[in-house]
Design a protein around this ligand. Structure first.
Ligand code: AMP
Length: 282
């Protein structure tokens, strides 16, 4: 059975023992309820490092007061199996009190890149993400950390943070893993009923149509965004939060497309908010 630790002290001791032997360390931060998308990150970490740590922590600081913190899906027993199968060596699953003791007062705020898209719809979300990831980076002190392109803005925020704060962990991005029907894998897909899951396919379908327009030579971001929105709006269960074409590093809106762009969407399917995206021209 894969080893699981709950305290910072235990985690540090395990990593120190590896370091003493000269082993390299990869790190995959997650909120658990692991699927093949998470496992792709773990597999890459295991391929590129001698030892791989996976953290499983549903971070209260990154959830808004009306969001799904209490009902976020959890299954530690299944997660342990998924981690072991993908090649991880150690799981760090702290209680909230271990990460945020009563006197906790720090906030890591990454301005600019945190502000549009999900940052606009979820105030404080990326401060919560940056704060917990900065803590986890300091705790694990990995050589490399792995993040999914699925959360494109999160990846950009973490890259900015790592550069600005001289964090000595290399940030590695991993492609989006999808179901055979095209839906981007997400722990939140567990909220969808059969009808909603079918409806959710409109997101990847609309983005694929947007990509085709770009591949066909379209260069007006407004036109491509409008076409993606129109496809999603055909689905009665879907309600668009945003569809935006932005610079993949800064998340600033792009009007005329002439370099690499990120086309990102957030869509409510019933009560479930899903995100997906693609990069074009990189
Ligand atoms: P989460 O547990 O949702 O916080 O995700 C943990 C990490 O897994 C993040 O870096 C995500 O971007 C990544 N991830 C989640 N879903 C996918 C997916 N379908 N493909 C690739 N990476 C993913």
């Amino acid at each position: 059975m894969i080893k699981t630790v709950k305290t910072v002290k235990q985690l540090r001791a395990a990593v120190a023992a590896w370091r003493k032997r000269g082993l390299s360390v990869g790190f995959v931060p997650t909120m658990g309820f692991l699927h093949a998308g998470h496992q792709s990150l773990i597999k890459k970490a295991a391929a590129q490092n001698d030892r791989t740590v996976v953290s499983i922590f549903v971070n209260p600081m990154q959830f808004g007061p009306k969001e799904d913190l209490a009902k976020y899906p959890r299954d530690l027993a299944a997660d342990k199996k998924a981690c072991a199968a993908a090649g991880a060596h150690l799981i760090f699953c702290p209680e909230a009190g271990e990460m945020y003791p009563p006197a906790f007062a720090a906030r890591v705020e990454i301005s600019g890149v945190s502000e549009g898209l999900c940052g606009a719809s979820r105030p404080g979300h990326f401060t919560g993400v940056a704060t917990v990831v900065a803590k986890l980076f300091n705790i694990v002190q990995a050589d490399r950390a792995y993040f999914g392109q699925k959360d494109a803005q999160q990846l950009a925020v973490i890259r900015r943070m790592a550069a600005d704060l001289n964090i000595n962990t290399r940030i590695i991005s991993c492609p989006i893993v999808r179901g055979s029907d095209g839906l981007a894998l997400s722990s939140r897909n567990a909220y969808l009923n059969a009808r909603e899951r079918q409806a959710a396919l409109c997101i990847s379908r609309a983005l694929a149509a947007g990509r085709k327009m770009l591949e066909g030579g379209a260069r007006s971001a407004l036109k491509v965004e409008a076409a993606v929105r129109a496809t999603i709006n055909k689905e009665p269960l879907a309600k668009i939060d945003y569809v935006k074409i932005v610079d993949p590093q800064t998340m600033r809106p792009v009007r005329q497309i002439n370099g690499a762009v990120l086309c990102a969407a957030a869509v409510f399917i019933g009560k479930t908010r899903l995100i997906d995206n693609f990069i074009f021209g990189a």
